[in-house]
Design a protein around this ligand. Structure first.
Ligand SMILES: [Fe+2]
Length: 214
């Protein structure tokens, strides 16, 4: 009976993985939490009422954010691959010009008043989440134009009972991934876990997040 129960559990986990697409690429193990990354200096400090899952529009403004519209979805899972519902994902990113909506971002890149730039969303049924945004622009790092941060989305993910994860989500096939200091500091396995995957090479990406229980 115990064997059966274990087999069943294994089966459920495998089904979950299949449902989520390719949760793990290559040799990446899902048994560790999503790797941490630097918070960076631009966590939003200006209050904004609209923090919903569509960052391409700002409530009360008729326009749409500039740039390539993309959708990102996935699941929040524990390290045993059980879905986590009700996890909070607090995410912020640069606009398509590489500018943060933050008073300390002194770059000359323009602000996009139609870009929401910050969202706080929750995982729902089966740990699933989804948000719509624009491809973030690269931006100079440490005011050195030759050092560009590769496109990324900052995230804080948490739920009571789990170790919170502060990280950055990266994109596949970005030339700047090869020179980005933070990305290159990671092992290949960590990079694979932190990099979203194309869905049919469209503007849709899969990104799963793994949290460890306390
Ligand atoms: Fe950043």
């Amino acid at each position: 009976m115990i064997m059966k129960s274990n087999n069943r559990r294994t089966f459920i986990k495998k089904s979950l993985l299949a449902a989520a697409g390719t949760v793990v690429a290559g040799n990446v193990s899902a048994q560790i939490s999503t790797p941490r990354d630097a918070e960076g200096p631009f966590y939003p400090i200006t209050p904004q009422p609209d923090k919903d899952a569509d960052l391409t529009k700002v409530q009360g403004k008729p326009g749409v954010a500039e740039g390539t519209i993309i959708e990102i979805h996935g699941q929040v899972l524990d390290t045993e691959l059980n879905p986590i519902e009700g996890a909070t994902i607090d995410l912020w990113q640069a606009n398509s010009f590489g500018k943060y909506h933050h008073p300390h971002d002194n770059s000359d890149a323009p602000i996009d008043e139609h870009f929401q730039s910050w969202a706080i969303i929750q995982s729902g049924n089966n740990g699933q989440f989804r948000f719509k945004t624009i491809m973030p622009g690269a931006y100079p790092y440490d005011a050195k134009p030759e050092d560009q941060r590769t496109p990324h989305i900052h995230m804080k993910i948490g739920k009571h009972g789990y170790e919170p994860v502060l990280t950055q989500m990266y994109f596949p096939d970005q030339a700047l991934n090869k020179t980005d200091g933070l990305y290159q500091r990671k092992t290949a396995e960590q990079q694979a876990m932190m990099t979203a995957k194309y869905i049919d090479k469209s503007n849709e990406f899969l990104y799963n997040i793994f949290l460890e229980k306390f």
